[in-house]
Write a protein that binds this ligand. Structure first.
Ligand SMILES: NC(=[NH2+])NCCC[C@H](N)C(=O)O
Length: 474
């Protein structure tokens, strides 16, 4: 028998039916999950996954780039997030597996693209877990300082490039989350609802206090670096909008998905955007644009200055510490499950899909993820982590948007619970906006991303190509 051609290897696709079977979604009694989730609960899911750390510290990177026009950057990032989320929802409702863009790409665009998306998802999840835990450590320090007047020394709370030696608190947080995940914890719907209320309240609390010091003079010059500055800032801010895709993964359990999904996505996006815009506007109104650069735990510092007393900053920092903790947990959980799916497909070693008998969780995979995230969190400065996360996510989201178009053409008759409104304009715009934001990312990020893809290519050629579960039977 002749060896399968390289081309057919690279583009082999995983049949949608096989995916559904694997996850048991097509089993016995009709194979339908209970459709219980309504718009409200689904919106809470999206808001909970999206509002995390970004908003608590992104201003210190974004304002120096865009000036007060940072509010426009938020709008640009929000529009991009909205388009991609709609595309996500269509694929999720067509390929109903509890996977992610990796699985969608495997079904639509073939193995190599799926493989690349898988590696992008490591940036979206593992690298963002690291980013999130670095942000957590800043607010923890702020809280300690405000409450007991003690700060962890810089050497032990910052990465080498950021004025320290190691970020110890971030490593502790990652370890803590890994321990919880190994024991089988993931966030429940109720815990999520509590977190959402807490986060939104804390941010609105900031808005109210910061607005008391609003000075229109701080808003000019409005856009010192012009359009280029606004789009560069949008690329960094995009990080804060990552998470709406979580809504679409629940597609199978949603009541009347055709109406509910887009409403929940758009609803969550509107809530998140309004909150972010208020925070951004309040912040640039309360503090001169020049003051943002290099500011740590920025929102708390602004509150301290504005209120002239400590307690508002304490409230904010405490809220941030609690809510960021939950985001780290959920993001690390997501990473272990994506690697689980890739490993089951033979794309990466079986270590990641081995489930421990006692705890029924992928213990070794979780430890491997924690090591990787821990090293990043401990030794890499925050800006790098944020921009790399945005890069990986934007690439993955572009692929998803292309996937919508491809699947409509190749398998037009597949049942789709939800269809993107305004097809093909929305998926095309989605790709265009993603590419625009990718373009706005700094050169270092491009270089790091290229390096990452080279590593991925080596692993593909030496491992995945021959271990793929789809390889032709010998
Ligand atoms: N899937 C993820 N990468 N989740 C991380 C979301 C980060 C979140 N948007 C934040 O601002 O903190």
């Amino acid at each position: 028998m002749s060896a399968p051609s390289v081309r057919s290897q690279l583009f082999r696709r995983k049949p949608v039916s096989a995916m559904v079977e694997e996850t048991g979604a097509g089993d016995a009694d009709g194979g339908v999950l209970a459709r219980r989730i309504g718009v409200g609960q689904l919106m809470a899911l999206g808001i909970g996954a999206t509002i995390g750390t970004g908003i608590f510290f992104v201003m210190s990177t974004a304002v120096p780039e865009a000036g007060p026009a940072v509010v426009l950057s938020f709008v640009l990032a929000a529009i991009t997030a909205g388009f991609t989320a709609l595309c996500y929802a269509e694929l999720a409702s067509t390929i109903p597996v509890a996977g992610s863009s990796y699985s969608y790409a495997y079904a639509t665009l073939g193995e190599v693209v799926a493989y690349v998306v898988g590696w992008c998802l490591v940036l979206e999840y593992a690298v963002s877990s690291a980013a999130v835990s670095v942000g957590w450590s800043e607010y923890l320090n702020e809280l300690l300082d405000d409450v007991i007047g003690v700060r962890i020394p810089d050497a032990l709370s910052f990465a080498p490039g950021a004025g320290g030696v190691v970020n110890l608190p971030a490593i502790v947080l990652v370890t803590l989350c890994a321990l919880l995940l190994v024991r089988g914890a993931s966030e429940s719907a109720r815990a999520n609802a509590v977190m959402v209320v807490l986060k939104v309240c804390v941010l609105l609390f900031f808005v109210v206090i910061a607005f008391t010091a609003f000075d229109a003079g701080n808003l000019s010059p409005f856009a010192p670096l012009g359009i280029a500055g606004v789009s560069a800032a949008a690329s960094s801010i995009f990080f804060s909008f990552i998470g709406l895709d979580a809504v679409s993964t629940a597609g199978e359990e949603v009541r009347d998905p055709r109406r509910t999904l887009p409403r929940a996505i758009i609803g969550a996006l509107v809530v998140v955007t309004v909150v972010y815009l208020l925070v951004a506007l309040a912040a640039v109104g309360a503090q001169a644009a020049g003051a943002f650069e290099g500011q740590e735990a920025g929102l708390a510092v602004i509150l301290e200055d504005v209120a002239g007393s400590r307690w508002p900053a304490v409230v904010l920092a405490a809220g941030a510490v609690i809510s960021i903790f939950s985001v780290t947990l959920v993001t690390m959980y997501g990473q272990t499950r994506i690697l689980f799916a890739m490993s089951r497909d033979g794309m990466i070693p079986s270590l990641f899909s081995r489930v421990d008998r006692r705890t029924l969780t992928p213990v070794r995979g979780t430890i491997a993820v924690a090591l990787f995230v821990g090293v990043l969190a401990g030794f890499v400065p925050l800006d790098f982590l944020i921009d790399l996360t945005s890069m990986g996510t934007l690439v993955a989201f572009s692929v998803v948007s292309v996937g919508v178009i491809v699947l409509r053409r190749t398998q037009p008759d597949l049942p789709r619970g939800f269809r993107v409104p305004g097809y093909p304009v929305v998926p095309v715009l989605s790709v265009a906006f993603c590419l625009y934001l990718i373009y706005g990312l700094p050169g270092v990020t491009w270089a790091l991303f290229a390096g990452w893809l080279v590593i991925a290519a080596v692993v593909y050629v030496t491992y995945a190509r021959t271990h793929s579960a789809l390889r032709a039977p010998r």
